[in-house]
Write a protein that binds this ligand. Sequence first.
Ligand code: PLP
Length: 390
Amino acid sequence: MGLVELNLDANASYGTLPGLAEEALRLTRFGLNPSSIHRGGQGARALIEEARDSVAAAIGATSGVRIVFTSGATEANNMALMLPYWEALRGDSRQIHLLTTALEHPSVMEPARRLERLGVALSLARPQPMSALSSADVCQCLSPQTRLVSVMAANNETGEVFPVTEVASRARQAVPTVLVHTDAVQAFGKVPLAWDALAVDMLSISGHKIGALSGVGALVVRKENLAEAFLLGGPQEMHLRAGTENLIGIVSFGLAAQALVGEMAKRCDLMRRAVSVVRQVLTQELPNIEFNADNRERLPNTLSLRIPGLHADDLVAALDLEGIFVSSGAACASGKPEPSHVLLAMGMTAQAAKETLRISVRGDLGEDDARLAAQKVCSVVKRRPGGGAA
Ligand code: PLP
C-alpha cells in the first residue's frame, strides 16, 4: 500500500475539488476566445458570465457589484491597493494616506511598501501585544487624508478573523470619503461572507483557496466606486482587466463557488470537527504544546501551534516524509530564513515564530484521517530531541 497523503495545508491551496477539473475541461473543451463574435466565442462568453454569477452568489452579492476576474488574489490586492495612487496621479488628491495592518499577506504588504516609496503616507496598524486586532487598533491610525483602508478578513497564518465590518463603519464615520478593501481570501468558504453586511468597497478572493484551479481570482468592486485597470489593453472585464480571459480557470472558479453555496455549512462543520480531533490528540500527547491566537474568533479549519524548542521547518520536512502536508507559515514565505512578519507583529518572539506550525484542513478531511495525521505529528515530535520521547 502506498503512503497516505493528507493535505493539512489547505490555507496554502485547498486542492481541486473532486471532478471539478474534468468538468471545467469538458465545458471549455473548444477553448475559444470569449471576445470573438461567432457562436464559439459567445459560448465561452456565456460560461464566463455564468461563473461571474456563481461567484457573486457565493459572496451573497445579489446586485450592485462588479466581479472582475484576475489571475488570482495577488493581482486583485495589487489592483485595490494601487487605486489611491492612480487617483493621486490624476490630481484628484495631492496628499494621500493608506492604512493597512502589519498582519497582511505580502500581496497587500508589498504594494503598500511600494506606494510608500512613491510618496504615499502609509500606516500599518498593529494589535496590542498578544491580543486580537480590534477596530480601534486600526481606526486610531486614520487621518483626514486616508483614502484607503485595507484590512484582511481572516489571517492566513493564524486563522484569526478580523472585525472588517466594524472597521468599515468606524472608518467611514471618521472619514466619509474613505474606501475600504478587504483581502477575504482565507475567509471565503470558511466564514459566511455577506457582501452587503460586510459593507466594504472592494474585496479580493482567490479560486484555489476554495477548490478551483490555481491562477484565477477576483476583485469584487462596489459599482459606484470605479476601480482602475492595472493591466491595459483590450476591453475585457468591463475595461478593468485587459487580456484574454483564463477561460478554464474562471469556469473552475464558478464551479467551485457553486459547490460552496450548497455545502459551506457542512464543510465548515467538518472542518471544525477535524480541527477539534487534531487539537484533542495533540493536547493529550504533547503536554508542552501552545496554541497561538487562541480564544479568539478564528477560522474553523486553522490551528497555529508551537512546541517550544522545536523548529517548525524541521517538523514540516519530517511530516512530509510521513505523507502529512502542513506548513510553517504562509506558503509564499516558506523557506525564507526570516521569522513570519505576522507572528512578530502579533508580539511573538522570533524564536516562537520559528517554532510555529500551521495546520489547516479541508472540509473533506474525515475524523479518522484527522486523528491519523495528528498521531503522526505526535510521533514525529516525540522522536526529536526535546520533543518529549520517553
Ligand atoms: N491573500 C491571502 C490572505 C492569501 O492567503 C493568499 C494566498 O495564500 C493571497 C492573498 C494570494 O492569493 P493568490 O494565490 O490567488 O494570488
